[in-house]
Design a protein around this ligand. Sequence first.
Ligand SMILES: Cc1ncc(COP(=O)(O)O)c(C=O)c1O
Length: 465
Amino acid sequence: MHKIFDSILDAVGDTPLIRLNSVTAGLKCTVYAKAEFLNPGGSIKDRIAMHMIDQAEKRGDLKPGGTIIEGTSGNTGAGLAMVAALRGYRTIFVLPDKQSEEKRAALRAWGARVLVTPTNVEPEDPRSYYSVAARLVAETPNSFYANQYHNPDNPDAHVYSTGPELYKQLDGKLDVVIAGLGTGGTVTGMGRYLKSQNDAIQMVGVDPVGSLYFDYFHTGQLTQPHTYVVEGIGEDFLPTTMDFQYVDDVIRVNDKECFLMTRRLVREEGLFCGASSGAAVAGALKYLKRHDREDLVAVVILPDGGSRYLSKVFNDKWMEEGGYLRPELRLGTVGELRGPRDQRELVHVAPSATIIEVIGTMKLHSISQVPVVADGKLVGMLSEKRLLEKALEGSRGDVQVSDVVEAAYTTVDDITEIAVLTELFKRFKVAVVLDDAGAPVDIITRIDLIDYISRVTTSGQGGSQ
Ligand SMILES: Cc1ncc(COP(=O)(O)O)c(C=O)c1O
């Protein structure tokens, strides 16, 4: 078939599936990468840009000569700028400073205005890219805020384009789709379409350490987010475009895993993709090791290309300075740290317990923190420190635990690598271990980790990876 188009916009979508052959060594299943970096604007976001603009025009939200504004991590900007170039709109983008210089330069090349804002501020801070974008919209006449984090046309684009396209490509013969979670549009929209065709299709999200999706999916609680380096995925708030109803599992990856896998995808598979593609594949391999079988067909979404990351993941100096090339001791997993389980039950308290009762429980078991559990699910942690603060405020014993639970914890499971746990412990003092059903079964503190590391390194179990 000859592809002759009326405009570049007709070249959006219809991306190929490319079988992964090398990084999947050892797996029995078939894994295809959906090469979204082959979209003309360079990423999967071309699809949402087209749909958001089409719908805004239909609704009359975007009028001729208008200005499109977006707080974007770059790719959505490229898509919007491309559509805007063809349809005569102006574009202004607000980017957090952790985004690569190449991304900013690419947006300017499309004719866009780019404003850079600090990454390390709360979303509510007036300097945050969310706030700056919202202010620009208010101040610019005839402007349209694309708002990919809260615009239902973002997930809808994947309901109408990416989902059906993938289903058709494989004649419906697919079992699992794995994709990074940013706005959640990809996973939510594809999940909505694919599950409407076959509800057995599993949707798996990949989340970087530091983002809140992993803990939120597994516990329903919002834990403290912190910064990480990989771009395009993970969030520090819950966008309304992310609907966990369509998500069956969330896998966590750290920066180093993302970057090393990105380099392998280029060198071993020839796929010149960006770091969130490495993240998706690293997460996919973790998931597939647990669910591997001969007849399983998995698809991993590779959202964008490598050229926007030349100064980062493909720059050896940058990789070395970040410690991403340092060989690591193989320290095993949380399951190995915990060792053979005895029948001991995790000490916990109910949200309806009073402070006095919790103090009694802590004394009885000589523990300094205790998980709060309702209906088998974790709702938070209570620490000696928090109880002391409450006591100093003069709270009476009948104050309920639900009023003082803290979010200063993270969750792990038995397959979480010790390397990931170590990174989590730079921020969190305690990790709650969840079983496959998401029920809390154990807690691990920094001292448990130190004790484990000193045991494995002195007994010579650790080796170079
Ligand atoms: C490079 C990259 N990868 C992945 C994603 C995540 O996709 P989604 O926002 O649909 O969850 C994004 C979105 O910002 C991105 O820019």
